[in-house]
Design a protein. Structure first.
Length: 241
C-alpha cells in the first residue's frame, strides 16, 4: 500500500462547509415558514418563497461540491492507496507558481518520477482528442432526451499542473525528475484519442505501475521531493508513514 504524504483535502473541507451552511439555512427556513403560518403573514410568505428559490440554487451548488469529493477525489485517492509500498501519495497539492498556483488533485512520487493526477467525475459519454481545446460530454435524461455540453480538455489542464510542479521542484530542489500526466474519470464512458493516459478508475493503479518501469530518481532525491510536498510538520506531529 502506498505511503501517505498528505491526506487533507480542500474539496472535502469545502463540501463539509457547504453541507453545514445549507443544512442550517434549511432549518432556519422551515422555522420561518412555521412562524409565517401562525397566523398567515402574506408578505413574509412571499419572502420565504423567494428564499426557497435561492435555497434550491445553493443546495444544487452544495450537491455538486459534495459529489465532487465523495464520487471523485475520494474514490481516486482510495484507488491510488493500493499502489505498491515504494510509492508516496499526496492529496490536494497547491503549487506556488506565477500569480496563482494550480491545485493538483493527487501527486504520486516514486523512483520512476512524479505523476500529476487529474480527477474528473462525469456521467454519460465523453469524446475528445489530445490537442482539442474542448471535449464533448453527451448524456441522456430519464426521458431519453439527449444533452450535449463542452468541457475544457483535462489533458491540457493537467499539462499546466505538470509544468508548475516541474518548475517548483527545479526552483526549490534543483531537481528535474520526469513529471507525468494522468487523467482519471470515475464514471461515464470514454471515447478519447490521446497518448497521455486517460483512464477509468479501475485502471489507474495498473496504468501507473506499467509506465513506471525505469528508476530515474535516486533514493536521496526522492526523499527530498517527498519532504517538499509534505510541507513543514507541525510541532509535535509524528512523521507520516
Amino acid at each position: 500500500m502506498a505511503q501517505i504524504g498528505k491526506r487533507d483535502s480542500t474539496l472535502r473541507k469545502q463540501a463539509s462547509r457547504w453541507a453545514l451552511v445549507v443544512g442550517a439555512l434549511w432549518v432556519a427556513w422551515a422555522g420561518a415558514v412555521w412562524y409565517a403560518l401562525q397566523p398567515m403573514k402574506p408578505v413574509l410568505c412571499v419572502a420565504l418563497l423567494l428564499a426557497l428559490i435561492a435555497l434550491g440554487h445553493l443546495t444544487n451548488i452544495s450537491r455538486i461540491s459534495i459529489d465532487g469529493y465523495l464520487f471523485g477525489e475520494r474514490r481516486v485517492f482510495g484507488a491510488l492507496r493500493r499502489l505498491p509500498d515504494e510509492y508516496w501519495l499526496f492529496n490536494d497539492i497547491v503549487v506556488p507558481w506565477k500569480a496563482e498556483g494550480p491545485q493538483i488533485d493527487h501527486v504520486v512520487v516514486s523512483r520512476a518520477g512524479v505523476w500529476c493526477v487529474e480527477t474528473k467525475s462525469r456521467v454519460g459519454m465523453v469524446f475528445g482528442k489530445e490537442r482539442e481545446r474542448n471535449w464533448t460530454q453527451v448524456k441522456y435524461s430519464d426521458s431519453g432526451r439527449r444533452h450535449t455540453s463542452k468541457m475544457y480538455n483535462p489533458i491540457r489542464q493537467n499539462e499546466t499542473h505538470c509544468r508548475a510542479l516541474a518548475a517548483h521542484l527545479d526552483q526549490e530542489l534543483g531537481l528535474r525528475p520526469p513529471v507525468k500526466s494522468l487523467v482519471v474519470f470515475t464514471s461515464g464512458k470514454l471515447q478519447v484519442e490521446s497518448e497521455t493516459p486517460v483512464v477509468k478508475l479501475p485502471e489507474v493503479v495498473e496504468t501507473i505501475v506499467a509506465c513506471d518501469h525505469t528508476a530515474t530518481v535516486s533514493e536521496e532525491d526522492m526523499a527530498k521531493i517527498v519532504a517538499l510536498l509534505a510541507g513543514p510538520k507541525e510541532e509535535g506531529e509524528a512523521p507520516t508513514a
